[in-house]
Design a protein around this ligand. Structure first.
Ligand SMILES: [Zn+2]
Length: 236
């Protein structure tokens, strides 16, 4: 039995780019592999060859650790390896961008973390996160999420975000619930894809409300630094 091919599966010669799951910066893959070997069989049938892949992010120095397994039989390994991110400990989704205020980012990251285990818990967290975001950005101070979304939809949001926010309400069937149930993080029945939709909409709102304005402010600061160098007035 040979496992030489295992190494080929993971350690690609041409360097692939990836997003660091700690800091979201684009980096090159440079994983080192520690082979663990075969361990038992799943359902007394499938055997796997297990490995640990690790890499330090050159940007934030954070550890990135995956556990991998590849199907194996008497002929050796076959099929594609599967990788599970074990550190940093969050879902396959990326963490909230750094521009997002910490309290809002924490709810979002935890909603992503529990998504695979409990869609209901994830949706409760992402609804709370959305309510907090609408309040923080001044889109709506209403403590009822159904009404807060309604108010936000009347503000100057891009049309695709407005439509997708409306879908959050439709998915949650908010109209059928009391005021209490949609603003206290209460657990409501929800499908996994519905819980994931909340996170998708939060992604769009993060970009529109926090990431783009921060980028714009940085661009204007750079422009005004040049204006100053040239002995000119800053642009308001
Ligand atoms: Zn990083």
């Amino acid at each position: 039995m040979t496992f030489d091919k295992v190494e080929d599966c993971y350690l690609n010669a041409e360097q692939k780019k990836m997003i660091c799951p700690n800091c979201r910066v684009s980096i090159y893959e440079s994983f080192t592999q520690s082979k663990l070997g075969i361990c038992g069989s799943i359902n007394r049938r499938e055997k796997y060859f297990w490995s640990v892949l690790k890499q330090e992010c050159p940007s934030c120095e954070g550890p990135i650790v995956y556990v991998s397994h590849t199907p194996v039989d008497e002929q050796g390994v076959h099929g594609e390896p599967k990788h599970f991110l074990v550190f940093p400990r969050h879902s396959s989704r990326l963490p909230a961008p750094l521009e997002v205020p910490p309290a809002i980012a924490t709810d979002y990251n935890e909603a992503g973390l529990v998504l695979e285990i409990s869609a209901q818990a994830s949706a409760a967290l992402s609804r709370r996160c959305l309510q907090h975001l609408l309040d923080d950005t001044g889109l709506s101070k209403n403590s009822n999420l159904n009404r807060a979304i309604e108010e936000a939809m009347g503000k100057n949001l891009p049309s695709h975000i407005t439509e997708n926010l409306d879908a959050v309400r439709a998915i949650g069937n908010f109209a059928a619930h009391t005021q209490k149930s949609v603003n206290t993080g209460e657990i409501l029945p929800v499908e996994p894809h519905e819980a994931e939709w909340n996170l998708e909409v939060l992604d769009m709102l993060f970009d529109f409300c926090y990431v783009q304005p921060a980028k714009n402010a940085a661009r204007r600061a750079a422009l005004n630094a040049k204006q100053k160098e040239a002995g000119k007035q800053p642009i308001k």
